[in-house]
Design a protein around this ligand. Structure first.
Ligand code: TXA
Ligand code: MG
Length: 354
């Protein structure tokens, strides 16, 4: 089976295609679709067999729960048993949008969908194609990112085809996604809300709205003895084929260091990949240099991260070196993904001792 790929225009939705895709989901099939964050691999969230199919298609461990996507706010109470005040406030402020909330699960959600947990992750995406598909499918679509487990998440339909073209029924191609990093996940099953995965909506924004919000301890890299609470965050993830290292320090020293590694590699007949920015790309002397975006517009860095990581695959580079991107708003989310892609390999170029 090869997935049918259909181009979609969000401004002029083809109702027949949406109906057909919705029917595939109702019948237990799988359809990939765009969201504002990354492409999702959809199946009927209330059908345990569909969830099992999703795990199989991705090669994902079945203890790693899926997010249930809704397209009408009233549906939230059908999949949860309790909606705390904080969750209501966030839903009102950020839905539809790049926010996922973990809440106690109602019985209609099968354990296959939640990886055996008693809680359920719920998200109301803002993408119109996603919304119409969810409605056509009956209201509840389980959708992890539409990549093979471990690979960078797909930000365009071509990525989905590459990874899952032979494993699913249909791909709705809505072009390149807007944000490029997965939704922020906030856990409401504890007294104080906890961020399990940083995203476009930052910890600071959540604290501004709710007051006290913490970051999951398992995400703070210095403390590797604590496991992240979101099962998916414990795996090496988003990784390109070649070994990736992050080089941290003063910009000039980072560039000097990467240049020396690049020329060393060249002498041995090898090529390195370099993840640079618009501001620095011209300063590298050897290797395959890719600009990820501009530090002046940090959204562009988030937007291109997964695409750049994928683009190095098949390039024959022996290693990849990346600058670090601790940018003011999205830096937390960007570095969370980049560190996972690098398996936390960081090279610190030190200030010279005075
Ligand atoms: O932006 C997104 O959220 C995308 C689009 C398609 O909506 N979806 C996505 O799904 O990123 P996925 O499956 O790739 O990541 C879901 C994450 C995983 O790390 C999973 O472990 C965690 O959410 N998760 C899901 N349900 C959970 C639960 N009940 N408790 C804790 N973590 C949960
Ligand atoms: Mg994923």
């Amino acid at each position: 089976m090869r997935a049918e790929v259909v181009s979609m225009d969000a401004e002029h939705l083809d109702k027949e295609v949406i109906k057909k895709a919705g029917q595939i989901l109702k019948n237990g099939g799988l359809v990939a679709f765009p969201t504002e964050t990354v492409y999702g691999l959809g199946g009927n969230a209330l059908d345990p067999k569909a969830s099992m199919k999703i795990y199989a298609a991705k090669g994902r461990p079945s203890d790693n729960p899926l997010i249930v996507h809704i397209a009408e706010i009233e549906k939230l109470k059908e999949v949860t048993t309790e909606i705390p005040e904080g969750a209501r406030i966030l839903a009102e402020k950020y839905w539809p949008g790049p926010l996922t909330m973990i809440l106690p699960k109602a019985d209609i959600v099968p354990k296959e969908t939640t990886g055996g947990l008693d809680s359920v992750a719920v998200r109301f995406p803002s993408d119109v194609i996603a919304q119409e598909l969810i409605k056509a499918a009956g209201g509840f679509v389980a959708a992890p990112s539409a990549n093979t487990s471990g690979r960078p998440s797909p930000t365009m339909a071509e990525h989905v085809e590459e990874d899952l073209g032979d494993a699913i029924d249909m791909i709705l191609d809505g072009g390149q996604v807007g944000i490029g990093l997965e939704s922020t996940i906030v856990d409401f099953t504890e007294k104080i809300p906890v961020v399990l995965r940083p995203g476009y909506i930052s910890l600071e924004m959540l604290q501004e709205t709710l007051g006290e919000v913490r970051m999951d301890k398992g995400l703070l890299i210095t403390d590797s003895s604590v496991r992240p609470k979101a099962p998916g965050m414990k795996y090496r993830h988003y990784a390109p084929e070649a070994d990736l290292s992050i080089v941290e320090g003063e910009t000039e020293k980072v560039i000097t260091y990467i240049n020396s590694r690049a020329s060393e590699a060249e002498k041995q007949g090898k090529t390195v990949g370099i993840i640079a920015t618009d501001e620095t790309a011209g300063l590298y002397k050897a290797g395959v240099i890719r600009s990820i975006g501009s530090r002046a517009e940090e959204e562009t860095i988030a937007h291109h991260l997964y695409e750049v990581l994928r683009d190095f695959d098949g390039d024959g580079v022996s290693a990849i070196f990346s600058e670090a991107f601790y940018t003011p708003k999205m830096g937390q989310a960007i570095m969370n993904r980049l560190l996972k892609a690098a398996g936390h390999k960081i090279i610190k170029v030190q200030e010279e001792q005075k």
